[in-house]
Design a protein around this ligand. Structure first.
Ligand code: 2RA
Length: 359
């Protein structure tokens, strides 16, 4: 019969985008669509594909008869509830960090390693972190062409990576400095934020308005952040390159949505910009927007151009002058879409097309 799908965390920042995606893509004719959230949000109604749904509270019974459960909730909730959903018979596609590095859980980007959905001993498939995901379609193509060996990346991450809380904070900070000729020193900005009544407690380690903050996620050993380690570990796992050399610096910038990355990638074989361009042009989930000589002026993607878009945008593609077999490029991906809800949904679509659920 037609599979039943559940959206867990349906009322959150990513869950809301998930519902937009389900409304826009008719690819899978779901039997039942079940919306699940915390007891606090239960009882709310949300229209999906023209039908009004009442949000159910998270409980073991909520997963009865569910074929695929897509989880968009914090790590601790996924860790606790994904196994419950599996126990009740569902296959879980989890967008938290709880299972990504578990060797028994495939970490999937459908256009790079989609066939891995079939090997899921725990009944769970993980969706990568949005920063890793934003560059993965492009890197997957280049790896196929040239054989990836080393990866050096700097990220320019949007505030919505910190959830609705991050978006609210950035907007409040911008409001607090707008039109006030606030000085450009950290103290000046902090003073303006305090004067506007913003709490000192913030999802960001420093003021984000008029600034850039090289700190995403939590503190890990030897000065690394959790986000930087995720980029390293997840890239290795997705590309099946356990020895890949990776170094990342993750930076929060005053952008609401869409993560960008400057990528410096070194390959085992000789690279050519022409061949890389051709490969990107053939990839359905990549848009190459790269014309330094355009008559109207240099053309490349910026995060704002990509908000709400499904594909990853690539620009500024260059062959490194001083590093053999190396390409440099700039990539932008909507962190809430391909970076989160869209990839999760595409994994669910892949599961259905392998007919490995709902039979
Ligand atoms: C971030 N990738 O941008 C993280 C969280 N999803 O903060």
């Amino acid at each position: 019969g037609r599979p039943t799908v559940a959206v867990v965390g349906a009322t959150g920042a990513v869950g809301s985008v998930m519902i937009e995606i389900m409304n826009a893509r008719e690819s899978v004719p779901w039997g039942e669509i079940r919306l699940i959230a915390s007891p606090r949000s239960a009882g709310r109604t949300i229209t999906v594909r023209g039908v009004e749904h009442t949000v159910r509270a998270l409980s073991p019974e909520a997963f009865d008869d569910v074929d695929i459960a897509m989880f968009d909730v914090p790590d601790e909730l996924s860790a606790e509830w994904a196994p419950v959903a599996v126990e009740r018979g569902a296959t879980v596609v989890d967008n938290s960090g709880a299972f990504r590095m578990d060797p028994q859980v495939p970490l999937v980007v459908p256009e790079v390693n989609g066939s891995r959905v079939t090997r899921r001993p725990k009944g769970i498939i993980a969706n990568p972190n949005c920063t890793t995901l934003s560059m993965m379609a492009a890197l997957g193509r280049l790896h196929e062409e040239f054989g990836l060996r080393e990866l050096v990346v700097s990220s320019y991450q949007a505030a919505s990576g910190s959830g609705q809380e991050g978006v609210d904070r950035l907007r409040a900070e911008i409001e607090a400095v707008a039109g006030k000729q606030v000085g450009d020193r950290a103290g000046d900005v902090a003073e303006a934020l305090a004067a506007a009544g913003l709490p000192e407690q913030s999802p960001f380690r420093a003021p984000l308005a008029l600034n850039a903050v090289p700190w995403c996620g939590s503190r890990k050993e030897d000065g690394w952040t959790s986000e930087e380690l995720k980029v390293r570990n997840e890239s290795r796992k997705i590309l099946d390159l356990p020895e890949l050399k990776v170094s990342a610096t993750c930076v929060r910038v005053p952008v609401v949505t869409t993560h960008a990355l400057a990528v410096h990638a070194t390959f085992g074989r000789e690279v050519s910009v022409e061949q890389a361009r051709r490969s990107f042009e053939q990839a359905p989930s990549i848009v190459l927007r790269d014309d330094p000589d355009a008559p109207e002026g240099p053309d490349f993607p910026t995060p704002a151009d990509v908000v709400g878009a499904e594909p990853t945008y690539v620009g500024r593609l260059r062959q490194a002058m001083d590093f053999p077999n190396t390409l440099d490029f700039f990539v932008c991906g909507d962190n809430l879409r391909k970076g989160a809800a869209l990839n999760t949904y595409e994994i669910a679509e892949t599961l259905v097309s392998h007919s490995s659920v709902g039979e």
